[in-house]
Design a protein around this ligand. Sequence first.
Ligand code: TXA
Ligand code: MG
Length: 325
Amino acid sequence: MAKTGMDIGAAKAFLEAGDVVGIPTETVYGLAGNALNSDAVLRIFAVKNRPSFDPLIVHTDSLEKVGQYVTHIPDAARKLAQTVWPGPLTLLLPKRDTIPDLVTSGLSSVAIRVPNHPLTLALLRSLDFPLAAPSANPFGYISPTTAQHVADQLGNQIPYVLDGGPCGIGLESTIIGFENGLPTVYRLGGMALEQLTAIVGPLTVRDHSTSNPKAPGMLSSHYAPRKPVFLLQPGEQPDSVDSQTGGLVFREPLPGIPLDNQLVLSANGDVVEAAKNLFAYLRQLDNLPLTRIYAQLLPNEGLGRAVNDRLKRAGWSDRSAKSPL
Ligand code: TXA
Ligand code: MG
């Protein structure tokens, strides 16, 4: 069973030995291993039960170090990195041979970011290699936002979880790639579109329903709880409710659903607070004896857009459907 603690030295020792550990970031917890060590990278895929065609994000502690791993940094990428890092933004950049093909699933670009968490930044500074780290959840399940979430699901397979407290943002990083130097959003996330636009101007957003996704994270049916989740537009009422119905609501409980089965993402209507609570609340509802969960979509602005993206991937709108899992 994994130990959980704040011992950066312990995490460093396991990583240097080629093992994988849970690490905190401002977005979600990661399952980290030496990105330059193919055995450690294989171990990450095995622990998560992740298909090898789904590439990993490489984490480092400064923009200066990124030059060791990529051949070129477009101007827009440099501007974004200088403004946002350390922060919830991942950039897709052309990779150098230093990054094993396993990390990028054979793609010629590598996903890279500098996370904004003091423990993990200190850990990265103490290592002489970058960390490959997907979210520390079994493939397809809800991302973890506390050390306990990681220990609950992967604790029997990893030696250590570095505990940095609950994640401040609670949604995975926004992923941006560059087509002819122009920034394109491949995954909505912890950095709001409005903020990115203020830095580099208008961005193209690739919808996750696209048939040939560049980032496998764009595939739908990711982030799914085990229970069926039905989406409600703001103001829409659930159509079939009983004592085993749950609700994940934005500002206030829905009429008809037992109050004990409902979690309010932000009583103040704050989309940032809602984002921070999203995955933990979805997990909590998934662990209650419920047969279905109604989830209310947020206003499509700021982080509300990314919350809605995750809810859409967790849910499905056909209410007559049986559970997919
Ligand atoms: O906030 C985050 O990004 C967290 C923390 C731990 O940093 N990590 C995370 O990793 O969400 P993961 O593996 O759960 O999601 C990474 C997404 C995947 O959908 C993957 O397909 C995509 O990034 N990705 C990684 N490398 C890529 C590449 N070279 N080209 C396109 N997509 C890539
Ligand atoms: Mg993930």
